[in-house]
Design a protein around this ligand. Structure first.
Ligand SMILES: C[S@@+](CC[C@H](N)C(=O)[O-])C[C@H]1O[C@@H](n2cnc3c(N)ncnc32)[C@H](O)[C@@H]1O
Length: 252
């Protein structure tokens, strides 16, 4: 899928591996129970509904939904993450179908009642058309009446809290982050410099789209969704000057 001879940042297995303890820290894993409560309530999920966790990572939402008796399919490109997810599912005796695939190619026509796209998993592709392709796949995969929940950092929020540089310490090293809005605030270019405690230094350029509430809404309507509601957090607050996340709920 990458352009000829070019590996895109989201195809870098070493990056996902080294970032795993940061992306899926204990604190973030611990939030999952509350997030699933909130998703269930915002999307009005019934017990018999089939859920697709798109870009499921190590499966924190898939696993939590399965623990509550829901049927879930988790899709992700990163083999290491899927192996972790499958191991946890096995240990807990949970039945979840995990699929290694790309969000640009995965779809199952009229199959799912709910699609989750959590924690800024939609926005990675350089080309706007590829972004639209992901939305079209999601739309095709939903049954009539099905809902997508798409949760990310909104453009308005990032502009409000913008911080050009930051660093943080983790058990396996330090991460320095540098951020720059590019293409008239269409995208954010992040440079992540990860310094392992053993002295190894890794540098990754992670550029992704930034959408305003209205931009994502128009994109969702344009692929066919009949209703789109934008919230400012999983707690259902307004998308206003105090919003903490951009959460779109789109109904087919
Ligand atoms: C920020 S993580 C979010 C994981 C999960 N949704 C969560 O909330 O914990 C983004 C995920 O997207 C996956 N990913 C990146 N590019 C992808 C692609 N092209 N197709 C499918 N998954 C992809 C990564 O492997 C990673 O697991």
């Amino acid at each position: 899928m990458s352009l000829e001879g070019k590996t895109e940042w989201y195809e870098n297995d070493e990056m996902w591996e080294l970032m795993e303890p940061i992306l899926f820290s204990e604190a973030r894993i611990a939030q999952t129970v509350n997030e699933v409560d909130a998703i269930k309530s915002l999307c009005k999920i019934r017990q018999d509904e089939l859920i697709l966790d798109l870009c499921c990572g190590t499966g924190r939402h898939s696993l939590e939904f399965a623990r509550r008796g829901h049927s879930v399919v988790g899709v992700d490109r990163t083999r290491l993450y899927l192996e972790k997810a499958m191991k946890t599912a096995d240990e807990e005796n949970l039945t979840i179908e995990f699929v290694q695939d790309d969000m640009r190619t995965f779809y199952r026509k009229n199959t799912f009642d709910v699609v989750l796209s959590m924690f800024t998993s939609f926005s990675y592709f350089e080309d706007h058309e590829e972004q639209m392709l992901v939305l079209r796949n999601i739309y095709a995969s939903l049954r009539a009446g099905g809902r997508l929940i798409l949760e990310s950092i909104g453009k308005e929020i990032l502009a409000r809290i913008f911080n050009r540089h930051s660093w943080s310490e983790w058990p396996h090293g330090f991460i320095l982050e540098e951020r720059e809005p590019i293409e008239d605030w269409s995208k954010i270019r992040n440079t992540w410099i990860f310094i392992e405690h053993n002295g190894s230094v890794h540098r990754w350029n992670v550029t992704h789209w930034l959408y305003s509430g209205n931009e994502i809404k128009q994109m969702l309507y344009s692929v066919g969704f009949s209703e789109v509601i934008i919230y400012g957090g999983l707690d259902g607050r307004d998308y206003d000057n105090e919003a903490t996340r951009l959460v779109a709920i789109a109904t087919k």
